[in-house]
Design a protein around this ligand. Structure first.
Ligand code: GDP
Length: 324
């Protein structure tokens, strides 16, 4: 897997300890429990009953996938690929069908993953965008702690100046994760606070600036204009910034979240997704639809409300957790 922070991160922290790895897989498995129950029960039953993979078995699989949050377009593509494969070479029973399905899902999830650009000079600037309530502020705080664990120095920028509560909430996260935060008063100019944060980070050679942005203004175009202004401000101070724009998406909104994501993707230059609230939802299949339809990599998943409840997304672990 290509890590969110590329090689440098791997050098700083070599291969995960087996125990740590074990913990990661079991946490991913726990997080998708409800998705697995709804998604794979039907598929596993079908696989167990299938001796011969004919058109009717493929239609049953199609029906099972259509009821998940993978969506019509992605399901159709997966089935087209399986039919194509069956034409070339017969699929030898349910077990092979399941294996091929896993390969398809993995290929879809891996396709949009790109090597992360680490700027030659710090800081690296990451915007967190998305509508209110998706978990943007919580994710900013968790990500700050995650980066600290990777030995990266972090500065949080409270640019959601629209909501006073967001600034206070982020302050609590900053204290918890032991990172500094730059803020302004409620209603202050988000581009101005970003300017301050980026300047401070440059002067102090901080590795990472995480910018928590507003989720809703009076009008949607107002929100997008504000993001655009922030992009320009960041780029003026730090070449190539923002290096990452992470769209925070609530997994429980399933296919509706995709529509939201499309709007942000066009206007805000989104480079990756953080899929929150994966715990407790059966709609985790949305990760596959995001990768396929938006051509965006899922970078992280939120699996709870606590500081450690953010996992770097690993397509293979996810597919294994889903289909066993
Ligand atoms: P924002 O308006 O987008 O900044 O959203 P917040 O960060 O305030 O989060 C909204 C709610 O979602 C809060 O109650 C969070 O605790 C909760 N939340 C955020 N991420 C997760 C997650 O991964 N799992 C669960 N279960 N709750 C989450």
């Amino acid at each position: 897997m290509i890590s969110f922070f590329g090689k440098k991160n791997n050098e700083a922290k070599p291969a995960a300890e087996p125990e740590e790895k074990q913990g990661f897989f079991s946490r991913m498995r726990d997080a998708v429990t409800r998705t697995r129950e709804s998604f794979s029960t039907r598929i596993n039953d079908l696989v167990a009953m299938t001796r011969e993979v004919d058109e009717s078995a493929l239609e049953d699989l199609e029906a099972a996938l259509l009821t998940s949050d993978i969506g019509v377009q992605t399901t159709t593509e997966i089935l087209d690929a399986l039919r194509e494969r069956a034409k070339r070479q017969a699929i030898d029973g349910g077990a092979e069908l399941k294996q091929l399905l896993k390969e398809q899902l993995l290929a879809i999830l891996e396709a949009p993953i790109t090597q992360q650009a680490i700027p030659a000079e710090p800081p690296r600037v990451t915007f967190l965008v998305g509508v209110n309530g998706t978990g943007k502020t919580t994710t900013s705080g968790k990500l700050a702690a995650w980066l600290r664990d990777q030995n990266r120095s972090v500065l949080l920028c409270a640019a959601d100046t629209f909501r006073a509560a967001a600034i206070e909430q982020l302050e609590v996260w900053a204290a918890r994760s032991g990172v500094e935060m730059i803020k302004t008063r409620q209603g202050g100019d988000p581009a101005a606070v970003l300017y301050d944060a980026a300047s401070a980070a440059k002067a102090r050679k901080v590795d990472e600036v995480l910018v928590d942005t507003a989720g809703r203004l009076h009008t949607k175009s107002g929100l997008m204009d504000e993001l655009e202004k922030m992009r320009r401000t960041a780029a003026k101070l730090v070449p190539g910034a923002p290096h990452e724009v992470l769209l925070v998406l609530d997994a429980t909104t399933g296919q509706n979240g995709l529509q939201q994501a499309r709007q942000f993707t066009q206007a805000a230059g989104v480079t990756g997704i953080v899929l929150t609230k994966l715990d407790g939802t059966a709609k985790g299949g949305i990760a596959v639809a995001i990768a396929r339809e938006l051509k965006l990599p899922v970078r992280f998943v939120g699996v709870g409300e606590q500081m450690g409840d953010l996992l770097e997304f690993d397509p293979a672990a996810f597919v294994d957790a889903l289909l066993g």
